[in-house]
Design a protein around this ligand. Structure first.
Ligand SMILES: [Mg+2]
Length: 328
């Protein structure tokens, strides 16, 4: 039987957590990073029990993986090309089992093994609700992707389909409104995998760096779609003082994605997709798309500040207003 955190002494807890870091990494209260000419990128994300994860849908291992992947996705979407590591702050009630904490740190380690970087440090505290705060540190490559770097005339492209994570969550929650919908089995499995095991898009950023046409400057708008596709496009538009036209018939959906307003809404605003959403000069976008099979061109940036419209009828794009699957 796994001990609870209340049964472990703090020293024993730290001794156990130190196994997930390089030798002696956690024996001091600070971590030193080797000097590097490249700028340091830093990002912090907080995950709260009941808000960002739940025992009903997410194993401890997946909580750890998702926490790291969400942080690293922000670094990738800023142009990071290497990861130094992360710090982890853990808050949990004393009744939390060591097995759960062990699983979370195993998930953290698995993600770091996959994408680079080590556990640099952190802190633990007793608290009423489980909470995980991760700060990730990485190194910037030659291109700093900014939300404010979109320009009228750019094309909007994304690295992959959207809505899968939201569908995966609904499936894990056994959402009753999905029970009568015949989903393609491969879509079903892909949605759950994308929800539990998101992928920070470092490879796609490397492709973007490698394929820049020589005549173009190092300028591209970019963010990830952690808060949903439409939110990502809106962020690019408002930061850049631009607008966008979206192609209704080119929404980035997975193969077998059903049709209907609720499904379109999940594509636009389901959230937690962790894909790149980029605003690129057309020539750069064309070459990048040839390297990224799941990429999709979704529209174009224009000068109508802060307004996102459908290209086919020029109506404003609205999302988030559907009561999912309750409509006939
Ligand atoms: Mg993000």
């Amino acid at each position: 039987m796994s001990p609870t955190l209340a049964e472990l002494t703090e020293a024993e807890l730290l001794r156990r957590l130190a196994r997930f870091a390089p030798p002696n990494q956690l024996s001091d209260d600070t971590a030193a990073l080797a000097a590097d000419a490249r700028p340091l990128l830093i990002n912090t994300d907080v995950l709260v029990d009941g808000v960002h994860f739940s025992d009903a849908t997410t194993s401890a291992l997946d909580v750890g993986w998702r926490a790291v992947a969400a942080n690293l996705s922000d670094l990738a979407a800023s142009g990071a090309v290497a990861i130094d590591g992360i710090t982890v702050a853990l808050v949990a009630p004393g009744c939390t089992s060591w097995d759960w904490v062990d699983g979370v740190y195993q998930g953290i380690s698995a993600a770091l093994d996959q994408y680079g970087g080590v556990l640099l440090g952190g802190d633990c505290s007793k608290g009423e609700q489980r909470l995980l705060s991760i700060t990730a540190l990485g190194r910037l490559g030659p291109l700093r992707l900014h939300r404010n770097a979109a320009r009228p005339g750019d094309v909007l492209v994304t690295s992959g389909p959207h809505g899968l994570s939201r569908l995966g969550l609904a499936l894990l929650q056994d959402d009753p409104s999905l029970r009568d919908i015949a989903l393609d089995p491969s879509l079903h499995n892909k949605a759950i995998a994308r929800h539990l095991h998101p992928t920070p898009r470092f490879d796609e950023v490397q492709q973007l760096l490698a394929c820049k046409p020589d005549h173009l400057p190092w300028r591209a708008g970019g963010t990830d779609s952690s808060d949903g596709l439409l939110s990502a496009v809106a962020g690019l538009c408002s930061s850049s003082g631009c607008g966008a036209l979206l192609q209704r018939d080119q929404l980035p959906v997975a193969e077998g994605w059903p049709e209907g307003p609720a499904w379109t809404d999940w594509c636009l605003s389901g959230g937690e997709d962790f894909e790149l959403v980029l605003s690129l000069p057309e020539a750069w976008a064309d070459i990048w798309q040839k390297c990224i099979p799941e990429s999709q061109r979704i529209g174009r940036i224009n000068a109508e500040a802060g307004v996102i419209r459908w290209a086919h009828n020029h109506e404003r794009v609205e999302a988030g207003g559907f009561d999912h699957f309750s409509q006939p």
